[in-house]
Design a binder for this molecule. Structure first.
Ligand SMILES: Nc1nc2c(c(=O)[nH]1)N[C@H]1C(S)=C(S)[C@@H](COP(=O)(O)OP(=O)(O)OC[C@H]3O[C@@H](n4cnc5c(=O)[nH]c(N)nc54)[C@H](O)[C@@H]3O)O[C@H]1N2
Ligand SMILES: Nc1nc2c(c(=O)[nH]1)N[C@H]1C(S)=C(S)[C@@H](COP(=O)(O)OP(=O)(O)OC[C@H]3O[C@@H](n4cnc5c(=O)[nH]c(N)nc54)[C@H](O)[C@@H]3O)O[C@H]1N2
Ligand code: SF4
Ligand SMILES: [Mo]
Length: 893
């Protein structure tokens, strides 16, 4: 052990929970990560992704210096190129011919500068962000209801609620620390209830008292029915509604057709009894929090879904008080910060409105800018359409990977190919998007960058530097500011440090306070550099002269909203099915989303061997009945296709999926799989108000992928090319793991193996009695550098055991034992990795259960599994439940 020399408090760069991280940096540079025990978002806990952050700090794969057309250049040359091309394009074609496409993963300081540059100086609102794919419907819904984009509540409400309704949220995997907070509250107060509304069963159902597996896209009907029910059963808070809201009659009239449970049942596909249970609990429970995420936002009816939920809280006056309220949980670490600086094409900085002349005058006056954008710019999907048809001729993409994450992703790729000038700022050299850049700008990554982010409960926390920037990486705000200076706006972009940008942002939020807005942190406008360095997490607002509050901040308990008449608005919502409809040609719904241990396009989590063990391949969850009907065997491969594109992924046949739907994760890109970019199958259909794409309800056909051979391989180095129709790779300690398959057998397996392992290896073929099976080892200098197992059906092997063995050097003599693909002698196959923290596999958990561990706690005592970050507890619970009927397990808890 090396002595700890420095402790740095910072924030996790993944989900919007915004957990505080304690990084201990040793004298030799080694970094140890743990949760910050004093951070109010997590009180010391971290999920697996946060806990594995140290594994992502290496420089492997990083973009280390600027490049133009693939050649290394100086920062000066790169910035000159960007500025001169933007200037020339603006001069010739006007300000709207250029655009910025940024991300909820840059810091507030970066975002502030990007927005100032485009809206105040270039004079175009053509700046949009991947938050359009993520939070736009919540923003639009909040604004309709509250007159401002305000999240009313805070995390403490999850501790004290008596009913938590989760809708369109796989909280257990996507916000694990918030999920565990609810689980802990429920364990302490078993009367607390949890309802989970999701078309499929997920890990989140582990704590749910009721699962409502509704028809995709039917949330509006469910919540309109709830509104009618609450009104009809006397749950209206008459005083609150009369004094503080508007729109009641219209909202009730729109909901009237769902006053009858059978009508809701028809619209949602749910059993009337389950709907009645949900409505009954909601009506009877004052302290109710409704948590929602992408199952709500990513819909062509996303804004109506949000307002249908918020309506129920306004009607019952359950908002802004302890333990209650609608709660939009944000996805990215700085989704909220981006909204605060006006990162969306239809917003202005500091929660001011682009279409309000007084607001524009306020911001322009503060910036002292020559111009200010007066009309909204293109929202993400339209923005790339404008790139495709040549209206946008110069585009700067920052901290997002649109070639994978936008709908109609192949068209996005084509649009970027055709765009005359593409700049990409990233931390990683090779992504599906950097491949199309004219100019690449290396950004400081997490652990290097310095500034602030805002989490889902409006808490602003510092991200601090713990290690030196890799190569020539610079802050994103710095690159933007230097282009601003080169465009001639020297003093407006003169900052020399993040603290200076933060001060300006804080000052703008309080400029001309007579124009009242929710977001105001002007109390920090004069923060010194030293105070910025030690700034403790705080919740906004924090107005000038306002003392720090004792407890958490909530909005609207006083009934004052930010609408012109100060009233909260109930909105008439209209159920609308998704734009696509299953047809004989495309009979399945395609639902997309996330897995526990990966983050989006895997550029960072994909680097951590620890995180690839949980799920190592792209997959499609498909209902058993559908699989049987289509002749899809478990663990075989399937093609999922529609008129736009096709992917090939592993079939995960399960009883937790709705028949008629498949779920495919969003994480696998062309960097790590042969064909798994699911964004290419999503239609560019958007919500009319928010512009957010319908990423959860495309239609597809599913058919078996007629593989004649399947393979599993381990290699020391990443293969340069892989001659297989299907492949997916994942990093492991000491190498790479590969899943392979082909529609035809290679002519020569030796050639295939050499292609995979490199020309300088010696191949050892082992005989296999069974037809179609092959076992090949690659040996170099007396050590095994590669293993290949081939079979006519999906390869059965103790994969985790093999990966673990491969992490150390293997003498050539052991190749045969390894190629048996199972531990020999007394050793046992641990099975698929379930607990990432302690490396415990499914077989080990099952065995412990068979031997008498009847609960997650007992498994924890026995194997330690589930006792660190806790992210795997729902999966452990399922394994235990399969061995012990639920009643028996509960009785033993
Ligand atoms: N592990 C991990 N965590 C993450 C991320 C990650 O990449 N990996 N990303 C972060 C980001 S940016 C975001 S935005 C969040 C997203 O967090 P979540 O929104 O929780 O995640 P998703 O998996 O996208 O979708 C949630 C659920 O919506 C359901 N759903 C689909 N259609 C409908 C519908 O019509 N109605 C309802 N009620 N539900 C539906 C899906 O089945 C899915 O289980 O996660 C954040 N956290
Ligand atoms: N079908 C479907 N599509 C979806 C979704 C879905 O559920 N289904 N979800 C949508 C949602 S909610 C989201 S948030 C998006 C996410 O989609 P993306 O934003 O495209 O995904 P990321 O992999 O997070 O991309 C971030 C990129 O920024 C780089 N990066 C990381 N840190 C920095 C930094 O500090 N500076 C710079 N310059 N670069 C950095 C990373 O290496 C990576 O290349 O996907 C959306 N697309
Ligand atoms: S829940 Fe996990 S991913 Fe999200 S902020 Fe906390 S540690 Fe990071
Ligand atoms: Mo997101």
């Amino acid at each position: 052990m090396t002595d700890t020399v420095r402790t740095v408090l910072t924030t996790c760069p993944y989900c919007g929970t915004g957990c505080g991280v304690k990084a201990e940096v040793a004298a030799d540079g080694a970094v140890t990560i743990s949760g910050d025990p004093d951070h109010p978002a997590n009180f010391g806990r971290l999920c697996v992704k946060g806990a594995a952050l140290a594994e992502t700090l290496g420089h492997d794969g990083r973009l280390l210096h600027p490049e133009i057309a693939g050649r290394r250049v100086t920062w000066n040359a790169a910035l000159d190129a960007v500025a001169s091309r933007f200037a020339a394009t603006i001069a010739e074609h006007g300000p709207d011919s250029v655009a910025l496409y940024v991300s909820g993963q840059i810091l507030t300081e970066d975002y502030y500068v990007a927005n100032k540059l485009m809206k105040g100086f270039v004079g175009s609102a053509n700046i949009d962000t991947n938050s359009r794919l993520c939070m736009a419907s919540s923003v639009a819904g909040h604004k309709r209801a509250f007159g401002s984009d305000t999240v009313p509540g805070c995390y403490e409400d999850l501790d004290s609620a008596d009913l938590v309704v989760l809708t369109g949220s796989n909280l257990a995997w996507c916000h694990p620390i918030l999920y565990q907070r609810i689980a802990a509250a429920k364990a302490a107060r078993p009367a607390m209830k949890v309802v989970n509304i999701d078309p499929r069963l997920t890990a989140t159902d582990d704590i749910a008292d009721l699962h409502l597996g509704l028809e995709p896209g039917s949330d509006v009907a469910l919540f309109a029915g709830l509104l009618a029910h609450l009104e009809g059963t006397g749950h209206r808070d008459g005083d609150f509604v009369a004094a503080h809201t508007s729109g009641l009659d219209a909202a009730l009239a729109a909901a009237a057709s769902f006053a009858d449970l059978d009508a809701v049942a028809r619209a949602t596909g749910l059993a009337p009894a389950d709907i009645a249970t949900f409505y009954g609990w909601f009506g009877a429970t004052e302290k109710t929090v409704t948590v929602y995420s992408q199952g709500v936002n990513q819909s062509s009816a996303g804004t109506d879904k949000v307002n249908a939920i918020v309506n129920c809280h306004l009607l019952t006056g359950r908002i802004g008080r302890e333990g209650m309220g609608p709660f939009s949980v944000t996805g990215q670490p700085n989704a909220m910060g981006g909204r605060e600086v006006g990162g969306l094409a239809n917003q202005l900085a500091a929660h001011l409105e682009l279409d309000d002349p007084a607001h524009r005058a306020l911001v322009q006056d503060f910036w002292g800018s020559p111009t200010i954008a007066a009309t909204p710019g293109h929202k993400a999907v339209e923005l790339f359409e404008a790139v495709a048809d040549g209206r946008i001729k110069a585009l700067w993409i920052m901290a997002t990977n649109p070639v994978d994450s936008l709908p109609d992703a192949d068209r996005v790729r084509a649009a970027l190919r055709s765009c005359p000038f593409v700049v990409v700022s990233d931390v990683v050299r090779d992504t599906d998007t950097t491949a199309l850049a004219d100019v690449l700008l290396p950004a400081e990554a997490w652990g290097e960058k310095d500034g602030t982010v805002t989490n889902s409960e409006r808490r602003i926390t510092r991200q601090r530097r713990l290690v030196a920037p890799a190569g020539e990486a610079r802050p994103d705000w710095w690159a933007l500011a230097h282009v601003g200076r080169r465009l001639g706006w020297t003093s407006a972009f003169a900052w020399d440090r993040a603290a200076a940008v933060f001060r300006e942002h804080a000052a703008l939020s309080g400029h001309r306070p007579e124009i009242v807005r929710d977001f105001d942190i002007s109390g920090f406008a004069d923060l010194s550099d030293e105070d910025f360095a030690t700034l403790a997490p705080f919740q906004w607002p924090r107005r000038t002269g306002e003392p720090a509050p004792d407890g958490p901040k909530r909005f609207f308990a006083d009934g004052r909203f930010f609408t012109p008449d100060g009233r909260g608005r109930l909105i008439a919502t209209h159920p609308r099915p998704p734009r696509a409809k299953p047809s004989p040609e495309l009979p399945f719904w395609l639902n997309t989303g996330r897995v526990r241990d990966q983050w989006h396009t895997m550029t960072r989590t994909g680097l951590a061997p620890k995180l690839t063990g949980h799920i190592a391949e792209p997959f499609a969850e498909i209902a058993d009945a559908d699989a049987e009907r289509l002749g899809i065997a478990p663990a075989s491969l399937v093609t999922i296709a529609n008129g736009r594109a096709a992917v090939v992924v592993r079939a995960l046949v399960t009883d937790r999926q709705r028949p008629g739907s498949v779920f495919v994760p969003i994480h696998w890109t062309d960097r790590v799989a042969s064909s798994a970019r699911i964004g290419a199958l999503i239609a560019p259909e958007t919500d009319p108000l928010s512009g957010q794409p319908e990423s959860k309800a495309a239609t597809v056909a599913v058919r078996p992928f007629a593989a004649v051979w399947y393979g599993f391989a381990l290699t020391r180095t990443v293969p340069k090319s892989i001659a297989a129709d299907y492949w997916a790779l994942g990093r492991i300690d000491g190498g790479t793991r590969l899943e392979l398959a082909g529609l035809e057998a290679p002519d020569d397996w030796s050639d295939f193996a050499v292609n995979l392992f490199g020309p300088d290896v010696e191949l050892v073929h082992f005989a296999d009695a069974k037809a179609g099976r092959r076992r090949i080892a690659a040996v170099r200098d007396g050590a095994v550098v590669g293993l290949l197992l081939v079979a006519p059906t999906p390869v059965e092997a103790a994969r985790d055991w093999l990966c673990q063995r491969f992490s150390a050097a293997i003498p050539a003599g052991e190749a045969a034992a390894l190629l048996a693909a199972r531990p020999g002698g007394a050793a046992e196959d641990p099975g698929r990795r379930v607990c990432t923290c302690y490396g415990v596999g499914a077989n080990q958990i099952r065995k412990a259960a068979v031997r008498g561990c009847r609960s997650v706690a007992a498994i924890g005592d026995h194997l330690a599994a589930g006792t660190n970050c806790g992210s795997c507890r729902p999966e452990i619970a399922r394994i235990v439940a399969a061995v012990w009927p639920p009643e028996a397990a509960v009785a033993a808890e």
